[in-house]
Design a binder for this molecule. Structure first.
Ligand code: HEM
Length: 508
């Protein structure tokens, strides 16, 4: 009898709680129905960005999915992106860290995957202040110039034969990033060594970012994570170890040299090592002490190497493919370059601000091909209401920037590559207009915007100023994308260069 009363009381309490909750909490966002246990997992397409865009046409700009045991929400309109990234900025400034990302980032102790809090603030502050701010970037113009001159020389030596542009742009970006991190050294290699090292690095970075985007059973059923059933974590760990070996080597060499070199330029590694020895930051409230360990140091190096390279080189590859596909765009870019720089001079970075058409080309490329099409997924730290729907704590939130950038109600002829739409208009990379978010918006927006802008514009201007380009005989231009956390071209772009400057000395 007492047992029956007890069970009845529990049941009544449970039902009352449920009724109160459904009355006080708005519903979950709509979405496709799923199967028991699997939810919508089995119907996911590998091209997540376009698949989510298709779902949004049926279910609306906020929709939900059940991915095994994980709840996910996809946002596909500027109004709702604003609610998430501005109105509820702090709540959504967290990440839901996939197992693959944890394996690649020293347990998530980097900037990109750290939860919002004192540790993330410290890492981001040091990175932006010491490496990625405008003043530091201006001070290391010499590095960018040296690498761009090198690539121009290299391309000159390949005149008439096919050049894999993505690979070369990756190598250039990688050399700039690593030189900023720990000085030259590797860049003294011969051309052949350089090329094979670049190819290998690119493969490793692409493998890491490719694994991030794969649906992983460990993420959807955390109870199974320890078995790493698809071997994704193992693969990523292998790649991360490749980089870790390189980090260990440069750190060891630097420690042997001891202290800050008087003759050397102060690089980022130097700053980080000093910080590791001395740093213990007291946050504003005087309570949170944040230490800075060797793990943090290496995680930051990893962020720069993985986050700063194929994002930049894939953008360049898409830009060149779109330009080559539109002869009038190529003509406009080159005419602008010839007016501002001329065919008798070397292009320098200070010319860039006089090249508005070129700047529009970069913006249009990132509209049509935002290389992080779903941003880095955000995650609310508490229950929240967006667009009138409940988003539970811990949801994986995808902002489908790719879909917003191709929305015909925002952009006229959205599938057409038309840089002129960005001439004399309000859009920039700051993320203040939620119709255009290639670098995200708010606290977790890209930490490397200034660097990306300099690298993409200077590289693009240099290769288009110095060379004419054409496709190898019989080849057709392919503009198809391949999904990954970083979007890439499905078919690599290979082009044949022809010099266009007046004097061979301009290629030295
Ligand atoms: C064209 C090139 C690039 C594009 C389009 C791009 C785009 C983005 C986007 C969309 C995010 C995520 C924003 C969000 O989740 O809301 C991001 C994050 C990040 N990016 Fe970039 N990025 C580029 C280049 C770079 C470079 C060159 C660096 C550094 C060398 C860099 C470092 C980072 C870091 C550290 C984060 C994590 C920020 C955080 O979580 O606080 N990125 N980037």
């Amino acid at each position: 009898m007492w047992v029956a009363v007890f069970i009845l009381t529990l049941l009544t309490l449970w039902i009352t709680r449920l009724l109160i909750r459904t009355r006080t909490h708005p519903p979950l966002p709509p979405g496709p129905s799923g199967l028991p246990v699997f939810g919508n997992l089995l119907s996911l397409s590998p091209e997540l960005h376009s698949y989510f865009a298709t779902l949004a046409r049926t279910h609306g700009p906020i929709l939900s999915l059940r991915l095994g045991g994980k709840f996910a929400v996809v946002i596909s309109s500027p109004e709702l992106a604003k609610e998430v990234l501005r109105d509820h900025d702090v709540t959504f400034a967290n990440r839901d860290v996939p197992a693959a990302a944890r394996a690649a980032s020293y347990g998530g102790h980097d900037i990109a995957w750290n939860p919002y809090g004192p540790e993330w603030r410290l890492l981001r502050k040091v990175c932006v202040r010491e490496m990625l701010c405008a003043a530091t970037l201006d001070a290391v113009y010499g590095i960018r110039r040296r690498e761009l001159r090198r690539i121009i020389r290299y391309i000159r030596s390949r005149v008439g034969s096919a050049v894999n542009l993505g690979e070369q742009m990756f190598l250039t970006t990688m050399n700039v990033v690593t030189e900023m991190l720990w000085g030259s050294g590797a860049s003294a290699d011969g051309e052949e060594e350089r090329e094979s090292r670049g190819r290998e690095f690119r493969r490793v970075v692409a493998e890491i970012t490719g694994q991030f985007a794969k649906p992983n059973i460990s993420d959807f059923y955390p109870g199974l994570a320890r078995w790493d059933l698809q071997g994704i974590e193992k693969k990523v760990k292998g790649c991360a170890e490749r980089f870790d070996g390189i980090f260990e080597k440069v750190i060891e060499q630097r420690m042997k040299m001891g202290g800050i070199g008087e003759e050397r330029e102060k690089d980022f590694l130097e700053v980080l090592l000093k910080m590791k020895d001395e740093y213990e930051e007291v946050e504003d409230d005087g309570q949170n002490k944040v230490s800075f360990s060797m793990t943090h140091l290496k995680a930051l190096l990893m962020d720069m190497v993985v986050g700063g390279t194929d994002t930049t080189s894939n953008t360049l590859e898409f830009a060149m493919a779109e330009i080559l596909n539109k002869p009038e765009v190529l003509r406009n870019v080159q005419e602008e370059l010839d007016t501002v720089v001329g065919k008798e001079s070397i292009l320098e970075e200070h010319h860039i601000h006089k090249l508005p058409y070129l700047q529009s080309v970069m913006k249009e490329t990132l509209r049509l091909h935002p290389v992080l099409p779903l941003l880095v997924p955000h995650c609310p730290s508490e229950f929240c209401v967006i667009g009138g729907y409940t988003i539970p704590k811990g949801t994986r939130v995808f902002i489908n920037v790719w879909a917003i950038h191709r929305d015909p109600s925002i952009w006229a002829n959205p599938l057409e590559f038309d840089p002129e739409r960005f001439l004399n208009c309000k859009f920039d990379f700051s993320g203040n207009d939620f119709s255009y978010l290639p670098f995200g918006s708010g606290r977790r927006s890209c930490a490397g915007i200034a660097m990306a802008e300099r690298m993409v514009l200077f590289s693009l201007a240099s290769i288009l100023h110095s060379f004419d380009w054409k496709l190898p005989e019989g080849e057709k231009l392919d503009l198809e994308e391949k999904f990954g956390i970083v979007l890439s071209k499905r078919v690599p772009l290979t082009l044949i260069p022809k010099p266009r400057l007046s004097n061979p000395s301009l290629y030295e």
